[in-house]
Design a protein around this ligand. Sequence first.
Ligand SMILES: Cc1cc2nc3c(=O)[nH]c(=O)nc-3n(C[C@H](O)[C@H](O)[C@H](O)COP(=O)(O)OP(=O)(O)OC[C@H]3O[C@@H](n4cnc5c(N)ncnc54)[C@H](O)[C@@H]3O)c2cc1C
Length: 409
Amino acid sequence: MMAAIAACSAAPEKDKIKITIYEKNDRLGKKLFITGKGRCNLTNHCDKDTLLRNTVSNPRFLYSAFDAFDSMSTEAFFESLGLKIKTERGNRVFPASDHSSDVISVLHTKIKRLGIEVKLDSEVKSIEIKDNKVSGLTLNGKSYDYDAVIIASGGLSYPLTGSTGDGFKWAKNTGHRVTVPEPALVPMVIKEECCRRLMGLSLKNVKIKLVAEKNPDTGLKKDKIIYEEFGEMLFTHFGVSGPLILSASSYIHKYLNGSLKLFIDLKPALDYNMLDERVLRDFEQFSNKQFQNSLDKLFPKKLIPEIVRCSGIMPEKRVNEITREERHRLVKLIKNFSLTVTGLRGFDEAIITKGGVSVKDINPKTMESKLITGLFFAGEVIDVDALTGGFNLQIAWSTGYAAGTYAAN
Ligand SMILES: Cc1cc2nc3c(=O)[nH]c(=O)nc-3n(C[C@H](O)[C@H](O)[C@H](O)COP(=O)(O)OP(=O)(O)OC[C@H]3O[C@@H](n4cnc5c(N)ncnc54)[C@H](O)[C@@H]3O)c2cc1C
C-alpha cells in the first residue's frame, strides 16, 4: 500500500502511469489489522540511529531508506491522511483511536483517491522476466504486462494473514539469494517441565541472560552471553514468552544446535549480598515456620513450590535449621534460575520472519533488484528484521516508500 501510494506520488506523468495492487485476500491489510494487539504500533517516535539500533538483521542496508523516510516521515504521512496518532511508553506510536482498522482505512481512502487499482482475491503465481528485465506477472493463468513489479508479499509468519512466503519463491526462481527464513520475535521452547507447572505466571522486572555453552560440535570454545536484558516474561505450557523473551528470540538462531541456557535473575535489583541479607531477614522473621512457608514475601505464590523444589532444601525443614550453605544455594538459585532452551515456536506464532531476499541482491537506495531491472522488493520479504516497538512496520513503510518512488521513475 505504501509502495503504491509512493509510486503514484512520485510518477513524473501521473495520468500516464497505471498502478495495480494485487492482493490474494478479500481485503487489504489483513496482517496490519492484527498488529499491536489490534491497535497497530505503526512506528517508533525516534531518530534514525535508534531505528538502526533496533534493527537486528542487516541494519546498514536500511540506512538510505531510513534517510529518505524515517519515523517522523511516517507520522507526518499518516497525519496528512487524517489519522490522529499518539505516542506511548517506549515511544511507541499508535492511532489515537487504538484501532488498527483506522490505519488501514486511511491508506485505503488514499489509494482510492489516487486512482490506484486494487485487485482483491488475486493470488499472483509468478513474475515474468525477459532479458533480465521484468515484463509482468501471471495470475489465474493469464499474464499481465508491467514495466515494474514491487514484491511486497511479506514473510512466513502468521500465514493465515496471507504471508505464505511466495515472494521468497519468486526471488529464488529469478536468481536471487534467499537467506533461510526462520521465525523471530517468537516464544521459546524449554526442556524443563516446571514451565508447564508455572503456566500463566508473568514475571515483571526480571533480568534474563541467554548463554550458549561451549561445545566442540558447534565450535564454541567458551560460554558466550548472547543476550542480557531486564523486563517482563511469561511461562507457558511449552516454555517461555512475553516481551523480553520475544526480543531475545531474535538473537539465538545460530546457537540453537548447541546447548543454550536461559538464566533468570528473579531479584535483579538486589546484588548477591543484599539478597542474602534480605533472605536472612525473612528467615529470622519466619524462623519457626517450615521452609516452604517462608518465601511468601519474596515470590508470587505459584513460583514458591518450584523454588523450593530446585533449592534442594526439604520443604518441611524448619527455617531455623537451614544451614548457611543451603541459604547460599537458595540465593544463587534466585539470582540464576536456569532453564534449557531447546527451540523456538513456529511461524504460526512468530511476529516476524528472519531471513528472506538477500540484501546483497538489492540496491539499498531504490530497493530494485541488482539482477533484474524493474523488479523491486519492500517489507518483510527482504532479509531485515527488527525488535518490537513499531520498528518492523517502519521498515515496511521506509522500504515501500523507496521501492514505490524509484519504480515510478
Ligand atoms: C501478531 C503480529 C503483530 C505485529 N505487530 C506489529 C506492531 O505492532 N508493530 C510493528 O511494527 N510490526 C508488527 N508486526 C510485524 C508487521 O506486521 C510486519 O512486519 C509487516 O506487516 C510487514 O509488512 P509487509 O507489507 O512486508 O507484509 P504483510 O503485512 O505480510 O503483507 C503482505 C501481503 O501480501 C499478500 N500476498 C502474499 N502473497 C501474495 C500473492 N501470491 N499474491 C497476492 N498477494 C499476496 C498477503 O496476503 C499480504 O496481505 C506484527 C506482526 C504480527 C504477526
